[in-house]
Design a binder for this molecule. Structure first.
Ligand SMILES: C[S@@+](CC[C@H](N)C(=O)[O-])C[C@H]1O[C@@H](n2cnc3c(N)ncnc32)[C@H](O)[C@@H]1O
Length: 318
C-alpha cells in the first residue's frame, strides 16, 4: 500500500503499520527503484514486514504493481527522503535490516556530501536497528563501495562483512544495467554492535491543536505588495513564498516553505476574518502537514508580518 507522509505517526510502530504480522521482522529498502528486489526477495521472506522508501513517484507506481503481482502483503511504499523517514517515522531499535541497492553514486569530486552512505546515515541507521540488525549495501561503483565501507566502519557502530550479495540484488534494474556494461557488484553487510540515541522529529502536540494567533488587522489591509520573506530560527528556515486572496471572501493564505533538520514541508497559513471583527491566523489543514516546531514558526512568521503591517496581536498560540 502507498502511504503518504501524513498517513504515518511520528514515530510509528510495527503493530500499527502491520497489524496482521506485528511480531514479524521489519525490513526497510531505501531507493527501491522499480521494486524488483522485494518483488523477488519478498517471496522467499514472507514473514517479513517490508517498507520501501523512494524519491521518484514514477518508481513508486511501478513498484506497487510489481509487489501486487508477486502477491506480497505486509508491504508498504512511500515517497520521501530516506533520512526523513528513518529519523521521524521509524522508532528506535525496530528494524531488522536496511537494504540499499545501487544507490546514486554521486561520482564527481566534491559531490560526496550528497551520498547516502555517510557517517550521519550510519549513526541514524544504527539507532533505528534492532539488536543484531544489519545494513545491506550493494553497488557497482568501486569508489563509492570503498567510501561506504569506510564511513560505516569509522562510524563506530558496525562490524563490516564483505560478502556475496543475495541473488535478488543482482537482478534489480540497475544491477542488470551495470552488468550489461561489464561492471560487477560489490556487497557489504554492516552488523550493528552498539547504538547511539538519535532523537526523532519533534512533533508538537495533537494535530487538532493547530498553531494559531488572533489579531485585529488595520482597517485598510492588503497583501498585494507581499514580497518573499525568509526567517531563520537556529537550524529551521521559514520562507514565506507568496500570498493568495480567496475569490469570494475577505480571506488570505500565505504559502510557507519550511526546512528543518532533514524534513521539508510546504504549508498554507490562513488569515481568516472572525465574526467578532478580529482575525484568526492559523495553519490550514490542506495537504496533511505535520505540526513541527518549524511549522509553528511559520505561523509565527505570518503573525509577525501582519504585526509589522499594523495588526494588533491578542493571542499567540504557536
Ligand atoms: C540508481 S537507482 C537504484 C534503484 C534500485 N535500487 C535498483 O537497484 O534498480 C537509485 C534510486 O534511489 C532513489 N533515491 C535517491 N536518493 C534517495 C533518498 N534520499 N531517499 C529515497 N530514495 C532515494 C532514486 O530515486 C533512485 O530510484
Amino acid at each position: 500500500m502507498i502511504l503518504r507522509l501524513s498517513d504515518f505517526r511520528f514515530p510509528d510502530s510495527i503493530a500499527r503499520l502491520y497489524p496482521d504480522n506485528p511480531d514479524g521482522p521489519w525490513v526497510l529498502e531505501i531507493g527501491f527503484g522499480d521494486g524488483r528486489f522485494w518483488a523477488e526477495q519478498g517471496t522467499v521472506e514472507r514473514s517479513v514486514n517490508y517498507l520501501g522508501v523512494e524519491l521518484s513517484g514514477v518508481s513508486l507506481l511501478k513498484a506497487q504493481r510489481r509487489l501486487k503481482a508477486s502477491g506480497l502483503s505486509n508491504a508498504h511504499l512511500t515517497k520521501m527522503p530516506a533520512m526523513t523517514l528513518l529519523r521521524s517515522v521509524v522508532p528506535p531499535q525496530s528494524l531488522a535490516r536496511i537494504v540499499v541497492n545501487f544507490p546514486d553514486p554521486w561520482p564527481k569530486a566534491g559531490h560526496e556530501e550528497h551520498r547516502l552512505l555517510r557517517r550521519p546515515f550510519f549513526g541514524l541507521a544504527a539507532s533505528r536497528l534492532a539488536a543484531g540488525g544489519e545494513v545491506w549495501f550493494t553497488t557497482d561503483h568501486e569508489e563509492y563501495f570503498e567510501f561506504g565501507v569506510r564511513e560505516g566502519r569509522e562510524s563506530g557502530w558496525f562490524d563490516v562483512e564483505l560478502t556475496e550479495p543475495p541473488p535478488a540484488t543482482l537482478r534489480t534494474k540497475y544491477a542488470l544495467k551495470w552488468k550489461d556494461l561489464g561492471l560487477g557488484a560489490q556487497h557489504a553487510k554492516f552488523k550493528v554492535h552498539s547504538r547511539p540515541v538519535v532523537p526523532g522529529l519533534a512533533v508538537e502536540g495533537d494535530s487538532n491543536d493547530l498553531p494559531h494567533a488572533i489579531l485585529t488587522l488595520p482597517s485598510t489591509f492588503d497583501l498585494k505588495d507581499f514580497e518573499k520573506t525568509v526567517v531563520r530560527h537556529g537550524s529551521t528556515t521559514v520562507v514565506l513564498l507568496d500570498a493568495y486572496r480567496a475569490a469570494r471572501r475577505d480571506e488570505w493564505a500565505i504559502l510557507a516553505h519550511v526546512e528543518e533538520e532533514d524534513l521539508t514541508q510546504e504549508a498554507l497559513v490562513a488569515i481568516l476574518p472572525k465574526e467578532d471583527g478580529r482575525t484568526l491566523v492559523k495553519l490550514d489543514r490542506f495537504g496533511g502537514v505535520i505540526v513541527t516546531s518549524g511549522i509553528k514558526a511559520a505561523v509565527g512568521a505570518v503573525t509577525n508580518l501582519l504585526e509589522a503591517r499594523g495588526a494588533t496581536v491578542h493571542t499567540r498560540a504557536y
